[in-house]
Write a protein that binds this ligand. Structure first.
Ligand code: SAM
Length: 389
């Protein structure tokens, strides 16, 4: 494939930077200059369809895609539990990357660990901003690390790249002033807490399966205790899972729904209708996932008033409720409907709090999500999902 000349991509890059600045995602001059110096197309594989040729026209079509504010899937892995391919790597949406980089409030001389090198684009932006020796980036997929290294070298950038499970951090490169995770976790890995400098900060997508938008900015105590604390932000983010096995897409197993221990009851149809209504609300979904570890689906089928709500957890527990009849069926080791219903009552009693009213405390002995204040006893233990094995 021919090399793409600057005259072909420069205009696209300039337009993307203008758009990010207008959207308020990119404000800091240091980051503007990093985005200028590290062109995204260098990091995104260019695939031609079988009937396509490398022409000025196909190059322009590809460049205009690359310089949109969209994430681009770059790897997929077959996930047996879902019997389908699941995206396992991507180049993150540049607008989100810019917001996250600015949220880190980096200063010259700081040392950063990125979990999830992927294409290497973000590692390149960080290396331009801080210098190669201040940036460590790790990915579980060795092939991704090799291509990221090649691409970064083509721009004369050489941050420290590692293949391995980033859940364990990078002890021999620690401590870090900042940690940025571009893959999601259901709790805060202990190694990230201990490898952070006192007063340091980490930006983490802490999530379960049924609600996104849960980026947390956690800062570490300056007293020398290994504790991080901080709020959920209003920045929409839904990263791919951090996984322990590069051959799998999900970090947990999915068990078939259980035929055992079924119960059938009836409740007030209006209650079911209320819950059906709120079950599409991202704020309520966030709240439910605090109550049910491992919840992986919460769906409603057919439009109201004849709605069925269905919930499942990774351990095979399930519940189905009907808005017209009030019939509830539940199976498996947990009574999901009972918990969803109790969570709904509490959510309404608490004035339907959005995720931004919650925060996280994580230390070497405990991890929980709190409402409003970290000393509030309205709190929920982490993780939101169990890891495999
Ligand atoms: C959204 S992509 C990262 C995007 C990347 N920062 C970029 O600029 O292109 C998420 C990455 O996390 C990696 N990943 C998943 N689990 C991991 C783990 N346990 N340790 C390190 N990397 C992991 C995936 O292989 C994938 O490349």
């Amino acid at each position: 494939m021919t090399t793409i000349s600057a005259t072909e991509w420069q205009e696209h890059l300039d337009a993307m930077i203008t758009d990010l600045r207008e959207a308020g995602a990119l404000t800091d001059l240091c980051w503007i200059s990093a985005f200028r110096a590290v062109p995204r197309h260098v990091f995104t594989p260019r695939l031609l369809e079988p009937d396509q040729h490398d022409t000025a026209q196909t190059r322009q079509a590809w460049l205009s895609r690359v310089y949109q504010d969209d994430s681009l899937i770059t790897a997929i892995t077959y996930e047996p539990g879902l019997r389908t391919d699941v995206p396992t790597s991507s180049s993150t949406r540049p607008g989100l990357m810019a917001l996250m980089l600015e949220l880190l409030q980096l200063r010259d001389g700081m040392r950063v660990l990125e979990i999830g090198t992927g294409t290497g684009y973000n590692a390149g932006l960080l290396a331009h901003r801080l210098g190669d020796s201040h940036v460590t980036s790790i990915d579980i997929d060795s092939a991704l690390i090799e291509s990221a290294r090649r691409r970064l070298h083509s721009l004369t950038l050489a941050p420290h790249l590692l293949t391995g499970d980033g859940i364990a951090g990078a002890a021999h490169r620690a401590p870090f002033d900042r940690i940025i995770a571009t893959c999601a976790v259901p709790d805060i890995p202990l190694a990230w807490i201990t490898q952070l400098t006192p007063g340091g900060a980490m930006l983490v997508n802490l999530r379960g399966e049924i609600a996104g938008g849960t980026l947390c900015l956690l800062t570490k105590d300056t007293t020398g205790d290994h504790e991080v604390i901080g709020p959920f932000l209003s920045v929409p983010a839904h990263f791919m899972w951090a996984r322990h096995d590069p051959a799998r897409a999900l970090p947990y197993d999915i068990h078939p729904t259980s035929e055992r221990d079924q119960t059938r009851t009836t409740t007030n149809p209006e209650t079911v209708a209320d819950i059906a209504h709120d079950s599409t609300d991202p704020d309520f979904r966030f709240f439910v996932q605090l109550h049910i570890r491992g919840i992986r689906t919460l769906t409603t089928t057919s439009p109201p008033p004849h709605t069925t709500i269905h919930a499942e957890t990774t351990d095979g527990s399930w519940a189905t409720a009907h808005t017209t009849t009030g019939h509830i069926a539940q199976g498996g080791t947990r009574r999901l409907w009972d918990t969803i219903s109790a969570a709904h009552t509490l959510w309404r009693d608490l004035d339907q709090p959005p995720p931004t009213r919650f925060g996280v405390v994580a230390n070497t002995t405990t991890q929980f999500v709190y409402l409003d204040h970290d000393d509030n006893w309205t709190r929920w233990p982490l993780p939101l999902l169990g890891y495999r094995g």
